[in-house]
Design a binder for this molecule. Structure first.
Ligand code: BES
Ligand code: MN
Ligand code: ZN
Length: 478
């Protein structure tokens, strides 16, 4: 990981990224006039806003920004420039970069640094040591009087937490099953300072979590239910926020088996919501935010093993309601329903779930955003959406009209676990809302949780989506 730190001067000859509103060379940069003229030409003649130069092995980057405070799209441009910088630095085996911010606005600097640090992520645990090509970049120095120590330490935490979530998503099910996932959260708790309790199968049975147990029937690995709690003494919220993460460590579809290409082969990502919840608790505890947050993660794999739940089965959920299970590939809602019911005991101020829940959400808006919906207040929704724009994990709100409830009706049980052919992301959300009695917002991250090709600083594979969004939300709300 590349660590960010504040510095007061540029080390002579160090690789440099300069953020400015217009290009002018300064003696402290140590940049030759010929190079400066080249940069000026690139900007003027070619109308470039981002210039990259390799001068006798020294890497220099210039990024031009507005004189105004950065709006969300401008910050995203800087994160992407950060990715280009990180790639170039590593290709040239550079170990560190200094960012000089001449723009007068710390947002640009923080966004550029964030992009560099997140793009530097690699998942190399399973590469033999001889074959690892490890990124060399390990330090990002920041020269910006406007950037506070707190902002920089928080950014280090956000990057660290996002990478932890990515690691969990990238780990396949033969390495990370439900118990391993729960243990990973236990470690997060130890490292960051929050409470973690893990329910084993016996306890889950005792609690009658019928939804979670039904999905687990076809598996040889037991399920887990993890409760994380960060409750600082100075918490500003009386009622806690509850985060619920879908922890399907692998989704074969069960007896309603998925095809392999571009479907089952990606399904180690089906605990992306759980990873985001655990990593968010890690981040807010490390940053010591003044907010009381509880994280709940029901976890299991979904497999067509011998006693696998079968389409047509009627399942009694933890809340006592019955579900006619007509498609075992709609398993996420079965395990989340019990967690959402469990959340009632906390009388949450707001419950947010994160789940790679439906292909329909991904089909509707692609990988470019999160599909959101729910019963939260307009104010809560607006704040979540605002955080979404701010960190570029945007939320597209879908309708939550009553008519969609009708699509989940069953003749022989309280509900079916699938709706009709249309509005699949919404019927899934409606199913979940049935198990809530508090302000609720559902985030379907099926689109952005996992990329099959490099997507700028989000990289390839697990993106850690949700962590930056929730950290931003909690750092502004109580
Ligand atoms: N885990 C999948 C959803 C998913 C799809 C996540 C693509 C990430 C990328 C989920 O469990 C699922 O299979 N949903 C079904 C629901 C259907 C059977 C009602 C789907 O979307 O097809
Ligand atoms: Mn499924
Ligand atoms: Zn799934």
């Amino acid at each position: 990981m590349a660590t960010l730190k504040k510095v007061n001067s540029i080390t002579k000859g160090s690789d440099l990224a300069i953020i400015c509103t217009k290009w002018s060379n300064k003696p402290e940069y140590g940049i030759d006039n010929s190079v400066s003229t080249y940069i000026a030409n690139e900007i003027k003649e070619k109308e470039k806003k981002f210039v990259s130069v390799n001068h006798l092995g020294r890497l220099i980057f210039v990024t031009l920004v507005d004189s105004k405070k950065a709006e969300a799209p401008a910050k995203e441009t800087q994160r992407k420039n950060g990715c280009a910088i990180s790639d170039t630095l590593n290709a040239n085996k550079s170990k560190q970069i200094a960012i000089v911010n001449e723009s007068g606005h710390d947002d640009y600097c923080l966004a550029l640094a964030e992009g560099i640090a997140l793009a530097n992520y690699q998942f190399l645990r399973h590469k033999p040591s001889g074959k690892k090509s490890i990124n060399t970049l390990n330090a990002i120095s920041i020269l910006d009087k406007k950037c506070s120590d707190k902002e920089i330490s928080n950014l280090n935490i956000i990057v660290d937490a996002t990478c932890k979530a990515r690691d969990l998503v990238n780990e396949p099910v033969n390495i990370l099953n439900a118990t391993d996932l729960a243990n990973a959260f236990k470690n997060f708790g130890k490292q960051a300072g929050f409470k973690v309790e893990i329910f084993n199968k016996a306890k889950i049975q005792q609690l009658k979590m019928g939804g979670l147990l039904s999905v687990n029937q076809g598996s040889v690995d037991p399920p887990t239910f993890t409760i994380m709690e960060y409750k600082p003494k100075n918490a500003k919220n009386k009622n806690p926020y509850v985060l619920v993460g879908k922890g399907v460590v692998y989704d074969t579809g069960g007896l309603s088996l998925k095809p392999t290409p571009n479907s089952m082969d990606l399904m180690k990502c089906d605990m992306g919501g759980a990873a985001a919840v655990g990593a968010t608790l890690y981040a807010i505890a490390k940053a010591k935010l003044n907010v009381h947050v509880i994280g709940l993660v029901p976890a299991t794999d979904n497999r067509p093993g011998f006693n696998a739940f079968a389409p047509g089965d009627i399942i009694t959920m933890m809340d006592g309601s019955t579900v006619e299970m007509l498609n075992s590939d709609a398993e996420g809602r079965m395990i989340l329903a019990d967690a959402l019911h469990y959340a009632k005991r906390y009388e949450p101020k707001l419950t947010i779930d994160l789940a790679t829940l439906t292909g329909a959400a991904a089909a509707a808006i692609g990988q470019y955003g999160i599909v959101g919906m729910g019963t939260a207040s307009e104010k809560q929704k607006d704040k979540l959406k605002e955080s979404g724009f701010n960190v570029h994990e945007r939320i597209a709100e879908f309708p939550f009209w009553d008519e969609y409830d009708d699509l989940m009706k069953s003749d022989i049980a309280d509900m079916k676990n699938i709706g009709g052919p249309y509005g699949g992301a919404i019927t899934a959300g409606k199913f979940l809302a049935k198990f809530t009695n508090y302000p609720y917002f559902h985030l379907d991250i099926a689109g952005p949780a996992f990329t099959t090709g490099k997507d700028s600083y989000r990289g390839k594979g697990g993106t850690g989506v949700g962590v930056r969004l929730l950290f931003d939300f909690f750092s502004k709300n109580d």
